[in-house]
Design a binder for this molecule. Structure first.
Ligand code: UN1
Length: 513
């Protein structure tokens, strides 16, 4: 493909040539152990990033703590203006950053650009929010007293993010944390470290243009051992972690052991219920994009279709037909729908899941497989597959980060489909396809979906930033992004002020001295 020049992209994002080693943003840790980043697109080494040592971390933490003392005194709307500038910079860099996301992570260029758009959107949201960090006032029971609550910045916020959204998840967290007056330390996935450095470079430029301390934004790199620097550090009141349920359970325990707060956004096992009143055309678009978009590596990817028996064969035929039109290949080629999986371990997990569903009695209706040959030489390109399965299969209960869609059949009323849908450990995203108002409302009611996201007549993936994003049960319970998700990044203080010359006690207690 000719329209894509990796060197130009890397340069415009401030990333140096391969082999030179890349500094951790503005902190130059050269001469250290290096993390290598290989593209799943073509298997090439893209760059190397220094792994953060304990000594480096101490420096980062000191810079962050110091920067917090300055940043928290900047009025929130002024902090919002810095985020506005970040949004402007991201608009400028959208093409380059979207291209890097696509090349380092493997999602289609459209989706890479879409991810940068999500960053821009959350910046815009945060700018408005910077004038709306509201608390309540309440009436005191005591005469001459005023009561109100206010929100103060928390301090240093730790962010752990996953490879599948290598830049947007950072932005969802930082844009809010920064307008709230916090400073951030980010550990991106060790599978997408260059995206991390690119973002750090962008924000460092904005901070330096405004003479602000660079410790407002910090980047550390490495695997879970580097993650432990922040999860176990009691100077960090909040850890926001996105990734697998396995990772989240470890992080939650480490953070809880020191009574820190955690915001967890973990695995999903998202289903679309297709009722006899569904619009089949809409169902196909929602389900196919949900299942194969980002090669099935979104935490909101559609994993299960729960279809009523009366329309089961019809829906199955339409979906199988749509799969025939999918083009799998280089994600930077815009005619392709689906790019590679992140790495060869992910390919193994995909293969194991397909083996397991057959062993448990499932029936493959769209055959999987790994592509080989020159255009697929990274070994990470797989065929999106579909299997007919039973809700209770172990593999159907499990989140496999790959384009595998399970077809499940239900009979009777929509309650039965809702039961199947809810009967998994995860609770992130869910959807119903129906033109029947009663079914739709039931699905959204207290007896309906138990997920953090429940949609009608759209799929499970592709949430907008304006809503709170996250889910229940094994998904971890956290909410990021829009609505009032900002509150977790601040500490609430209740204030009572007495403007009389008496000191009456609450609850009418007499205490005469
Ligand atoms: C994720 O997969 O980690 O709703 C988040 C969506 C995206 C976010 C996915 N906006 O699919």
């Amino acid at each position: 493909f000719t329209h894509f020049d990796i060197d130009k992209t890397l340069k415009s994002l401030g990333l140096k040539d391969i082999n030179e080693g890349t500094s951790t943003g503005s902190h130059n840790f050269s001469g250290k152990e290096l993390l290598e980043s290989y593209s799943p697109v073509d298997g090439q080494l893209i760059g190397k990033v220094a792994i953060t040592t304990q000594e480096d971390y101490d420096k980062v933490m000191n810079a962050a703590s110091k920067a917090f003392k300055t940043w928290r005194t900047v009025p929130a709307p002024k902090r919002g203006d810095i985020i506005r500038q970040l949004g402007d910079k991201l608009r400028e860099k959208k093409e380059a950053l979207g291209t890097l996301v696509s090349y380092e992570m493997g999602k289609s260029l459209q989706e890479g650009l879409g991810e940068v758009q999500e960053m821009i959107d959350i910046c815009d949201f945060a700018v408005g929010l910077s004038r709306q960090l509201h608390g309540f006032t309440m009436h005191s029971e005591r005469p001459g007293h005023r009561m109100y609550e206010q929100y103060h910045p928390l301090g240093v916020v730790g962010i752990i993010s996953a490879f599948n959204f290598p830049v947007a998840v950072w932005a969802w967290n930082t844009a809010l944390a920064w307008v709230c007056g916090d400073v951030c330390i980010w550990k991106p996935s060790e599978k997408t470290p260059l995206c991390g450095v690119a973002c750090q470079n962008i924000v460092t430029e904005v901070l330096s243009n405004n003479n602000l301390p660079e410790g407002i934004s910090n980047l550390i790199n490495g695997d879970y051992k580097v993650g432990e620097f922040i999860t176990k550090d009691n100077r960090i009141p909040l850890i926001s972690a996105t990734g697998s349920t396995r990772m989240g359970k470890i992080v939650a325990q480490e953070v809880a052991a020191r009574l820190g707060k955690s915001l967890l956004e973990l695995g999903g096992n998202n289903a679309i219920i297709v009722t006899p009143d569904a619009d089949i055309k809409m169902t196909v678009v929602g389900a196919v994009f949900g299942a194969v978009g980002t090669a099935g590596q979104r935490c909101t990817s559609t994993r299960r279709l729960i279809i009523h028996e009366d329309i089961y064969e019809k829906v199955k035929a339409a979906i199988v037909d749509a799969y025939k039109q999918l083009r799998i290949g280089n994600p930077l080629d815009e005619t392709n729908h689906v790019g590679p999986l992140i790495d060869k371990d992910a390919v193994k997990m995909y293969q194991n899941a397909l083996k397991q569903v057959v062993e448990e009695g499932g029936n493959i209706v769209v055959e999987g497989g790994v592509f080989s040959g020159e255009s697929y030489k990274s070994g990470c390109y797989v065929k999106p597959a579909i299997a007919e399965a039973k809700p209770a299969f172990k593999i159907v209960q499990h989140e496999t980060f790959a384009p595998i869609l399970y077809l499940l059949k239900y009979s009777g009323s929509v309650d039965n489909a809702i039961d199947i849908q809810n009967n998994v450990a995860q609770g992130l995203s869910s959807a119903i396809m129906t033109n029947n108002l009663r079914e739709a409302e039931l699905f959204l009611s207290v007896q309906g979906s138990d997920c953090g996201i429940a949609n009608v007549n759209i799929g499970t993936s592709g949430a907008e930033i304006g809503g709170a994003f996250g889910g229940e049960k094994d998904t971890g319970g956290g909410r990021e992004s829009g609505s009032d998700a900002w509150k977790v990044y601040m500490r609430r203080q209740t204030n009572t002020i007495n403007y009389t010359t008496e000191v009456p006690l609450a609850q009418g207690i007499k205490f005469d001295l």
